[in-house]
Design a protein around this ligand. Structure first.
Ligand SMILES: Nc1ncnc2c1ncn2[C@@H]1O[C@H](COP(=O)(O)OP(=O)(O)OP(=O)(O)O)[C@@H](O)[C@H]1O
Ligand SMILES: [Mg+2]
Length: 468
């Protein structure tokens, strides 16, 4: 019953300075517990969420509407700006008042309507922010840029999506572009589950059901021709073809084969900074003509790991040359250990020199020591995902200095193996990834080397004392 009221209401969205486009109307009139307006950039997603919020606020006196982005600057730039745009005249007439400061009754950043309804702009940028909303009843939740959020945070928010007022609707609405750390779960929850625009039912563990719907957004649906033309130009100038297609056409599949859909420049790449001497440093290597050496440093306070340097070769360089470069780059540094592709200890012909030395011994002769990395591909992949994931403090466990251009280029575009979905495609440029996998797999043993590795380190220490 409640939903019928909602659908009729949404046929005549009455926001002072907003007229829904055809596609936005489809979104407004879609009736489901959870709805997603997703796809191309510039399709009017943010505007639609704001317009629906205002309509509900006007229709249901006293209703609290909670809108979310990760940060306050993002809220101000998008949702707040859109709200002001749509309700300018209404605000001028004093029907809508901004409470920027917490005033007890309403938390800060609320727009209060003269019928008692209120739209609150909320940030949710780490796990501890989540608990700010503990105990709150939120009949209407709107999340913009849904793929920027981990699933667990949204699931928590949805536990707040309820009301004890029988006259109010309960609704979770969201908008987003494809890509971002939540791409996988959002695609799974809304896009892969049913054809677009079809409301579908999901059964919850207790037997209850919930409805969801995905409404695709297209830039071409934007009502203003000039806006379409200008925005199109901006999107066409994106150099990464996958990102361009995802943002221009709202194509959810361009990232489908990618392994690290959670990778985001914004979250995982940082400008280089000075690393304090007391931080632990180590390195890793994937050996070959396309040789990849990565260096890591761990902040003991936050336990965040930084990949702070890379040395990548594209063609054959003799081991003496590689060693020379590694030694030069490490001058004055204390590197705790190096983890390398275990095959460099193999005695296979192509890994040996004429005197029968292994690659590892040849590096050793040049003053660069390695110990065998854990080479469990599936566990290694899980560990890289874990490290790219968000820690309790809201930032990824692993960040990469922007100077590591090869790793930043190759990691996000790595596809899955076509035959084994639990591994990356080894025909792709996976050298930096393999090196990274070796480098982070030390965490599987809580930072302690395995027995085999420990014995090896001891031997090297005794030999030349270089590794500390
Ligand atoms: N129905 C409409 N009538 C007039 N202007 C609109 C309408 N819908 C959106 N706009 C305007 O078009 C611009 C883009 O809309 P909006 O920001 O909602 O798009 P978006 O899909 O959220 O884009 P992005 O992907 O960049 O976040 C904004 O300036 C917005 O105010
Ligand atoms: Mg938007």
């Amino acid at each position: 019953m409640m939903f019928l009221v909602h659908q009729e209401l949404m046929q005549q969205v009455k926001v002072p300075d907003y007229t829904a486009s055809e596609r936005q109307s489809v979104f407004h009139q879609a009736v489901a517990d959870e709805k997603l307006y997703g796809g191309a950039a510039g399709g009017g997603k943010t505007a639609a969420i704001v317009a629906e919020s205002v309509t509900l606020a006007l229709e249901y006196p006293g209703i609290p509407v909670n809108l979310f982005r990760r940060t306050i600057p993002e809220l101000n730039k998008t949702i707040k700006a859109e709200l002001v745009k749509q309700c300018h005249a209404y605000m001028k007439a004093g029907h809508l008042i901004w409470h920027g400061q917490s005033n007890g009754e309403y938390e800060g950043r609320s727009y209060v309507f003269d019928n008692g309804s209120c739209i609150t702009l909320n940030y949710l940028d780490n796990e501890s922010d989540m608990y700010r909303y503990q105990g709150a009843e939120m009949p209407v939740i709107g999340v913009d840029e849904l793929t920027q959020f981990p699933l667990a945070w949204i699931e928590y928010l949805i536990t707040r999506n309820r009301t004890s007022n029988p006259d109010w609707p309960v609704l979770f609405m969201s908008g987003t572009n494809p890509g971002g750390i939540g791409h996988g779960w959002v695609k799974n929850r809304f896009i892969d589950a049913a054809p677009p625009e079809k409301v579908f039912e999901v059964r919850l563990p207790d037997g209850e059901t919930k409805t969801r719907v995905f409404i695709p957004a297209k830039l071409d649906d934007h009502p203003d021709e000039r806006f379409r033309r200008d925005y199109n130009k901006q999107l066409q100038s994106i150099s990464d073809p996958s990102l361009r297609r995802a943002l221009r056409f709202g194509d959810w599949d361009v990232f489908a084969g990618q392994v690290f859909t959670e990778f985001s420049r914004h979250l995982h790449v940082v400008e280089p900074f000075f690393i304090p001497n007391h931080w632990r440093k180590w390195r890793s290597m994937d050996y070959g003509n396309k040789n990849s050496v990565l260096w890591y440093a761990q902040d003991p306070a936050s336990e965040r790991t930084y990949v702070y340097r890379e040395y990548r070769t594209e063609n054959y360089v003799p081991i003496s040359g590689k060693s020379q470069t590694i030694n030069d780059l490490e001058a004055g540094e204390s590197i705790a250990y190096g983890l390398a592709d275990p095959s460099i200890w193999n005695g296979s012909a192509n890994h040996n020199d004429k005197e029968g030395k292994t690659i590892a011994q040849m590096f050793d002769d040049e003053g660069v020591q390695w110990q065998p990395a854990i080479n469990d591909r599936v566990a290694g992949l899980a560990m890289v995902h874990h490290m790219l994931g968000i820690a309790d403090n809201g930032l990824p466990r692993l960040q990469i200095f922007s100077s590591c251009v090869s790793l930043i280029k190759t990691l996000p575009s790595l596809p899955y193996d076509k035959h084994r979905t639990d591994d990356v495609d080894t025909e792709a440029d996976d050298h930096d990834y393999d090196s990274l996998r070796y480098g982070v797999m030390k965490f599987r043993t809580n930072g302690k080397p395995t027995i085999k590795q420990a014995a090896w380190v001891q031997r090297v220490k005794q030999r030349n004392g270089r590794i500390t």
